[in-house]
Design a binder for this molecule. Structure first.
Ligand code: DAH
Length: 349
């Protein structure tokens, strides 16, 4: 704005230019400092008007109104600028399409595990967990493994200590939690035990060095093999479908006697034979058996009075069977493109 010729008014003009640099608070303060009714610098100057002679008053009045209008305009312009001047408004293209939201989902093996646990919960089983780092006694000794059992070789077991003294290792199965449960108080016990286990195994189509197991244990007075068979058959039919055929095959585990393996009719070919079941028509679901009296005795339980059964299965293997996944590395390899296909899928044949 051009000078007015009145020093009192012209003295205010530099402040006019400075308005464009003020922030929100500074702007409000400056508005009061210049135009404020009581102490505004321009208001004070204009009050002198009354004391001027009429001719002078007119000219001075016109000039001060010009200055006032210029200030009002500058304040309004700065205020408008501040509204749109917020950095995010200026640097963001609001018309740009949004980024795809990452929708998380439970891992297919976790979904299978949760479903298994839910079936056992309905049957009155509680969930127990135990440490992944175990002593040799819990992992093998208490479970009646003979001292020279091949599973104890360095080949299978990841040992964390060397030399004399009790060896510490990564548990190779969830069975040591059986021991911990039985040591925690007197029978009866009905528990399932989900957890990771570790083996010094190759990482190939059918093996992973770390995988999930679900262990089960039922100990009480008067429990027999028929309870094992009835419970596990019921489980298989709840999990795979009501008409699923099951069979028990004799097997061996140091901590059960007798021991068995439970097979279910192949969920892909329904028994007629296919590559997934190696033409047998059956798929191995779990290992099981009557808990060996030595194991009960090792936990201070009277093996004459109490009996029971146990089982162990691999939910990863079961997920493979259910979804027809040929290579276990697809499940544990962390490729989201693959896992996303299974997330939330029912997968029942
Ligand atoms: N612990 C066995 C394994 O990892 C699985 C197993 C078999 C567990 C029979 C049991 C059982 O409780 O009774 O191969």
């Amino acid at each position: 704005m051009n000078p007015t010729g009145y020093p009192e008014l012209d003295a205010l003009l530099p402040r006019l230019d400075a308005i464009a640099t003020l922030d929100r608070d500074g702007l409000e303060a400056e508005r009061i400092a210049v135009l404020g009714r009581k102490q505004g610098a321009l208001t004070a100057t204009m009050k002198a008007l009354a004391t001027l002679p009429p001719e002078e008053r007119k000219r001075f009045g016109a000039e001060s109104n010009r200055v006032k209008a210029a200030f009002e305009e500058a304040f309004a312009a700065r205020e408008a600028a501040l509204v749109t001047d917020v950095p995010t408004y200026r640097s963001t293209d609001l018309t740009m399409p949004g980024r795809g939201r990452w929708i998380g989902a439970l891992h297919p093996v976790t979904l299978v595990l949760e479903e298994m646990v839910a079936i056992f919960r309905e049957l009155g089983f509680a969930v127990a967990v135990g440490p992944e780092v175990e002593t040799e006694w819990y992992n093998f000794g208490a479970l009646n493994f003979p001292a020279d059992h091949p599973a104890m070789d360095m080949h299978d077991t990841l040992y964390l200590t060397q030399g004399p003294g009790e060896k510490v290792l990564m548990r190779t199965h969830t069975s040591p939690v059986q021991i911990r449960v039985m040591q925690s108080g007197p029978p009866p016990y009905r528990v399932v035990v989900p957890g990771m286990v570790y083996r010094n195994d190759a990482w190939d189509a059918s093996h992973a060095p770390a995988f999930l197991q679900l262990e089960g244990l039922a100990i009480d007075e008067g429990i027999g093999f028929i309870d094992l068979k009835a419970t596990l058959s019921h489980f298989a039919r709840r999990f795979f479908g009501p008409r699923t055929k099951v069979r028990l095959r004799p097997s061996y585990f140091p901590f059960t006697e007798p021991s068995a393996e439970l097979d279910v009719e192949c969920r892909i070919c329904y028994g007629s034979g296919c590559p997934a079941c190696k033409q047998t028509g059956w798929m191995e679901l779990l290992g099981c058996g009557m808990v060996h009296p030595n194991v009960l005795t090792n936990c201070g339980i009277d093996a004459e009075r109490y009996t029971g059964w146990a089982f162990g299965m691999g939910p990863g293997r079961t997920a493979q069977q259910r979804y027809g996944i040929p290579d276990i590395r697809l499940l544990y390899g962390g490729d989201m493109r693959f896992l996303r296909q299974l997330a939330g899928r029912e997968g029942r044949p």
